[in-house]
Design a binder for this molecule. Structure first.
Ligand code: FBP
Length: 260
């Protein structure tokens, strides 16, 4: 599967903005509630892709299609129901193609009582997307009442393996600050690319850049980081620091210079 332009020399930095439906607008402020602001960040920061739900793509496609590759997330779950997590498809692959997506995305809650429904739906999506030569990115988040700890190395490796075995081209999982263990996580993704998710409210200083260096050294292929970019007051500086680590193999002390 051709991953260009979402991967450059095998590496990628992706800007997700699918949080409204997932978390409610509590992640937003008066600036970043405007999708255009975040799309412009994706363009200025030369991200490898911007990720959103179909509705955002539908309303804003004209502007960003020319300038940043698009990943349309095909499923979503809301914030209110207190049930075992399930994320259900709301946009077809065909519609994503019409909206000129360069890839499609899907979330699986591994370990949920509903995982088999997501496995089944995702399998069909992979088949359809590959018929259109569209790469597929899967977010695999272990979650639900049977998951005691979603950040053990074993469960992250299981998440990575699930993405590979279900046919994803790219698997997005969390990082658990276990550099040595993470090599095992990456190995379990096999020929699928493994990228790391951002998370809420991280202080993007030396400690965080060290983690990025560590998971890149463990074999990750990049990141999909949202809130810590578009909630930041210096998003483009952070972007440059992350890019230096991901694409230029920079040392942490050199990446830190971008934050000054
Ligand atoms: P962040 O970098 O902001 O954490 O975004 C990554 C992401 O996977 C989004 O694509 C998604 O909307 C969100 O996190 C899901 O968060 P949660 O772990 O709370 O379900």
């Amino acid at each position: 599967m051709k991953l260009n332009p979402i991967f450059k020399n095998g590496k990628s930095l992706i800007l997700p903005y699918d949080h409204g439906i997932e978390h409610s607008p509590t992640d937003f402020n008066l600036v970043n509630v405007d999708p255009q602001y975040v799309i412009d960040l994706a363009i200025k920061g030369k991200f490898n892709a911007f990720v959103c739900q179909a509705g955002i793509a539908h309303h804003y496609i004209e502007h960003h299609k020319k300038t940043v590759p698009l990943v349309i997330k095909l499923n979503a779950k809301g914030k209110i129901p207190k049930i075992e997590p399930i994320s259900v498809q709301n946009c077809s692959v065909k519609r994503a193609v019409k909206l000129q997506a360069d890839a499609v995305g899907y979330t699986i809650y591994l370990g949920s009582e509903h995982e088999r429904e997501m496995f089944k739906e995702f399998g069909k999506i992979v088949e359809e997307a590959h018929d259109y030569s569209l790469p597929v990115i899967v977010w695999v988040y272990p979650r639900g009442r049977f998951v005691k700890d979603d950040l053990t190395t074993d469960i992250l490796a299981y998440a990575a393996r699930t993405g590979l075995e279900l046919g994803a081209d790219v698997v997005k999982v969390k990082y658990n600050n276990d550099k040595e263990g993470y090599k095992w996580v990456v190995q379990n993704a096999g020929k699928a690319k493994l990228i790391v998710s951002g998370g809420p409210g991280i202080e993007l200083g030396e400690k965080y850049l060290r983690h990025v260096r560590d998971f890149m050294d463990a074999g990750a292929s990049g990141m999909a980081i949202g809130r810590n970019i578009w909630q930041s007051e210096k998003p483009l500086k952070i972007t440059k620091a992350l890019k230096s680590l991901i694409f230029d193999n920079a040392k942490v002390k050199d990446a830190l210079k971008w934050l000054k």
